[in-house]
Design a protein. Structure first.
Length: 475
C-alpha cells in the first residue's frame, strides 16, 4: 500500500502547473491584445505620415518653409490614439531619391542643389509626452510604448517632349491676309516690328510705307525701285517674283495693298512664298505670328520648371522635317536654355509647308522609349494650328488615321499626350481624340482675337501644363 501523502503532493503539483500555465496564457493574451493595439496605432500613424509626406512634396516647388508648414498641417489634421500628431523641424528631411537603388539621400537645399523628395518621420513617444498607453502590459511593468512611422514622397519627375507644328500657316497672323481678321494697324504693326527685327535692311530706294506704281513692265518697276543693281539678299526668290506677288496675291489685294511696293509687302512676300529656312533664313529672328506667341509661352513654361526646382527633362520635336516627317531638334535634357534656343531658331514652314501630326507623335515616342526615364511620367505636348494632311504625300484621310494609330501606340506605352489646338483651322476633333486615347487633356486656343490674346491664352495653357505634377510615395 502506497502512502497517502504522495497522492496529495501530486495533486498540489498539478495545481501549481495549472497556475503557471494560466499566468503564461494570460500574459500571452495580454501581449497579443497590446501588440494588436500597437499595430493598429502604427497603421494609423503610417497613414498620417504618408499624407504628410505627400502634402510636403507638393510644396517643393515653393519653399522650404512651405514644405514644413504643409507637413505639419496634414499631420495635425489626423489624430492617432487620441493625439494630434506633431512634427518637429528635424522630422522633415529634404533630399533626392534614386529609383534604381531605392535610396533617399538627404541634402541641404540651395539655388544650385534642388530637393526632389521629402522624408517625414512621425512618432508617438514617451519623450514627446505622446507615448501609447497599453492595456495589460503595465501588469508586467511596461506603462507605455513608442510608435514611429516614416514616409518618403517625390515631386513626380517628368520627361516632356514638345511636338510642335512648324507648317507654313504658323505665320498667318503676321501676313497681310490677316488684316480682315485682326485689323490693319495690328498686322502692319507686326510687320514693322519684323522689319526692325531684321535690322531695318536697305534695298534700293524701298521704304517701309509702300509706294504705288501703276502696272507696267516688271523690269521698269524694278528699276523704279532701284533694285536693278541690288542683289537679291536670300538664297531663293527674286525681285521679279516679288513684283509679280504684289500684283497678283489675293491677300495683298484684300489688305488694299495691290501694286504697293515697299518693305511692308516685301516681308509679306517672304512669309507667303519664301518662308522656308533654306529660302529666307532670317525669318526666325522676326516676330511672325502666332509662332512667336508659342515661342514666348514655351519660354515661360521652361522658366516655371526652372523656378520650381524640378528635375523634369524637356525635348523638342518639330514637324514636318525636310522629308515631310518630323525632326528631333533637342533630345531630352535639363538644359532648358538649349530647348528655348532651338525653338527660337525655327520659323513658320521651316522645313516643309504641310502638317504630319503622326510623325510628330512618332518621333516623340521614339525619344521617350530611347532616353526616357523609367520612373518619370512621360508626356508629349502636341501643338497644331492645322489639320493632319501629310503622310509622304498630301493625303488628309490617311494622315488622320496614322495620327490616331500613333496615339494608340503612345497609350500602350504609358505616354500621355496633351494637345493644343491653335486657331480656327486646327482639327479640334482629332486633337481631342488624341488626348482622350492617351488619358491626356485637350486645350483650345481660339481664333479671332488679337495677337496679345493668343499669347495670354497660350501662357495660361502652358502654365497649367507646368503646374500639373504627379506626387507619389516611394518609401
Amino acid at each position: 500500500m502506497k502512502p497517502l501523502f504522495r497522492r496529495r503532493w501530486r495533486r498540489g503539483a498539478a495545481l501549481v502547473v495549472i497556475a503557471v500555465v494560466s499566468l503564461l496564457l494570460l500574459a500571452m493574451s495580454a501581449l497579443a491584445v497590446d501588440l494588436g493595439f500597437l499595430y493598429s496605432v502604427e497603421a494609423d500613424l503610417q497613414a498620417t505620415c504618408d499624407a504628410s509626406a505627400l502634402a510636403a512634396a507638393s510644396a517643393l516647388s515653393i519653399s522650404e518653409d512651405e514644405v514644413r508648414a504643409r507637413a505639419r498641417q496634414y499631420a495635425a489634421k489626423n489624430r492617432v490614439n487620441g493625439e494630434a500628431v506633431k512634427l518637429l523641424d528635424d522630422d522633415v528631411e529634404f533630399g533626392t531619391w534614386d529609383s534604381a537603388t531605392r535610396t533617399f539621400t538627404p541634402i541641404v537645399p540651395s539655388p544650385s542643389v534642388r530637393a526632389t523628395a521629402v522624408r517625414v518621420r512621425a512618432e508617438l513617444s514617451q519623450g514627446r509626452g505622446t507615448g501609447v498607453g497599453l492595456f495589460f502590459a503595465p501588469i508586467l511593468g511596461f506603462g507605455a510604448a513608442d510608435v514611429s512611422a516614416r514616409s518618403t514622397a517625390v515631386f513626380g519627375t517628368r520627361d516632356v517632349m514638345l511636338a510642335f507644328d512648324m507648317s507654313a500657316s504658323m505665320n498667318n497672323d503676321s501676313e497681310l491676309s490677316a488684316v480682315e481678321r485682326l485689323g490693319k494697324a495690328a498686322v502692319e504693326g507686326i510687320i514693322l516690328g519684323m522689319y526692325r527685327d531684321l535690322g531695318s535692311p536697305e534695298y534700293g530706294n524701298l521704304t517701309f510705307d509702300p509706294v504705288v506704281i501703276s502696272p507696267t513692265s516688271t523690269q521698269q518697276i524694278i528699276e523704279a525701285l532701284g533694285l536693278d543693281t541690288e542683289p537679291y539678299p536670300y538664297p531663293s526668290g527674286s525681285w521679279t517674283e516679288y513684283v509679280g506677288f504684289v500684283q497678283t496675291d489675293s491677300g495683298v489685294a484684300s489688305a488694299g495693298r495691290r501694286n504697293h511696293y515697299g518693305y511692308l509687302t516685301l516681308i509679306d512676300y517672304w512669309q507667303r512664298l519664301r518662308y522656308k529656312a533654306a529660302e529666307t533664313p532670317d525669318l526666325w529672328r522676326t516676330r511672325e505670328q502666332p509662332l512667336t506667341a508659342v515661342k514666348d509661352s514655351v519660354d515661360l513654361f521652361l522658366a516655371y520648371l526652372s523656378q520650381c526646382r524640378t528635375d523634369d527633362r524637356v525635348g523638342l520635336v518639330v514637324y514636318n522635317s525636310s522629308n515631310g516627317t518630323a525632326e528631333l531638334e533637342v533630345s531630352l535634357t535639363d538644359d532648358y536654355e538649349q530647348v528655348s534656343a532651338a525653338a527660337r531658331r525655327k520659323q513658320a514652314g521651316h522645313y516643309h509647308e504641310y502638317t504630319n501630326i503622326a510623325a510628330g507623335i512618332s518621333k516623340s515616342r521614339e525619344e521617350m522609349l530611347t532616353r526616357g526615364r523609367h520612373s518619370a511620367l512621360r508626356l508629349i505636348v502636341q501643338l497644331s494650328d492645322g489639320k493632319a494632311n501629310w503622310l509622304g504625300t498630301y493625303n488628309p484621310s490617311a494622315a488622320k488615321t496614322a495620327a490616331l494609330a500613333q496615339a494608340q501606340a503612345a497609350a500602350q506605352e504609358g505616354i500621355q499626350i496633351v494637345t493644343i489646338s491653335l486657331g480656327s483651322d486646327a482639327d479640334t476633333e482629332l486633337m481631342q481624340e488624341i488626348a482622350d486615347i492617351t488619358g491626356g487633356v485637350h486645350f483650345v486656343v481660339p481664333a479671332g482675337g488679337s495677337v496679345e490674346e493668343y499669347a495670354d491664352e497660350l501662357d495660361a495653357v502652358f502654365g497649367q501644363i507646368a503646374a500639373h505634377r504627379r506626387l507619389r510615395l516611394v518609401d
